[in-house]
Design a protein around this ligand. Structure first.
Ligand SMILES: [Zn+2]
Length: 278
């Protein structure tokens, strides 16, 4: 009891006398594959008809004082064995994963078991490709997404259960809205439904860069963010539009930068792992 009290006093005095150290230390932006599409207009209805396009894909590893957090897991590491890529969606998309996520993590000195906090923007294959590696982490997921993932018809939502079926046993926080992961406001999940039933975005308060929103597939291009454009195949198009409006409001009020996961041109300007952003 005595020791406990002494420790508590120490902690309190430290808080009073020293400036608070930033709780997010840095973030690694990891290349997590590419999706080559034959007709970009599927993602930008009415424009770019018949135009081929390369979508980048990223995973984000956050170093917080309380441990590692991973956001999204990219295309499946199994695709690394297919340098020519794998044609999916009736041949309209070819997916690639040149460098495995496990190898990118290893380069930073992180094993999958070191990741203690884990969330995905949503459960489509290019975000959940390596989800089954992270069974030792606490999973943060919207209850609507969880119900779709583990309900009777995951295929109806475009989900492939073999990507994520091991997450069933994770310690799980099912959410019905926004959530402050570490309780200090430094990493916030924001509910952002529409693309899938329980799609979510992440806001990371970086010590030097400031707040950054990681979009998942709320939008696929900076163009889509600017003009409020979403694919017609989204689970709920009106909800998608409402989400974009709400997030634009949030970003404007809080000075949050918006990093669009699949935008190759935008991400070309952001340092990639093993470099990091602060
Ligand atoms: Zn995606």
């Amino acid at each position: 009891m005595k020791i406990y009290l002494a420790a508590a006093v120490l902690v309190l005095s430290a808080c009073a006398s020293t400036p608070r150290t930033p709780s997010v230390e840095r973030m690694y932006v990891i290349d997590c594959g590419e999706n080559h599409v034959k007709d970009l207009s599927r993602w930008t209805p009415g424009v770019n008809v018949g135009k081929a396009h390369v979508f980048a894909n990223h995973c984000y590893l956050i170093r917080h004082a309380q441990g590692w957090m991973l956001w999204d897991t990219g295309n499946s590491d199994g695709l690394a064995a297919r340098p020519e890529g794998l044609a999916v969606a009736g041949g309209t998309i070819t997916v690639f994963m040149k460098k495995r996520l496990v190898d990118s993590l290893k380069e930073i000195g992180v094993a999958p078991a070191d990741v203690k906090h884990f969330a995905m923007s949503h459960t489509h294959g290019d975000h959940s490709g390596n989800a089954n590696l992270f069974t030792g982490a606490t999973l943060y997921v919207q209850s609507a997404e969880y119900a779709a993932m583990f309900g009777p018809e995951p295929q109806k939502f475009g989900f492939v259960p073999s990507n994520y079926d091991k997450l069933r046993t994770n310690q799980t926080m099912t959410l019905g809205g926004d959530f402050d992961i570490f309780g200090d406001g430094s990493v916030m999940i924001l509910r952002a439904p529409g693309h899938t039933p329980g799609h979510q975005v992440l806001v990371v308060r970086l010590p030097k860069t400031g707040p950054v929103m990681l979009t998942g597939d709320m939008v696929h291009l900076t163009y889509s963010w600017e003009y409020g454009v979403v694919p017609s195949f989204n689970f709920d198009v009106p909800a998608s539009m409402a989400t974009i409006a709400a997030m634009k409001d949030y970003a404007a009020k809080t000075g949050t930068k918006v990093w669009v996961n699949h935008d190759k041109e935008q991400h070309a300007k952001i340092p990639k792992s093993p470099k990091y952003v602060e």
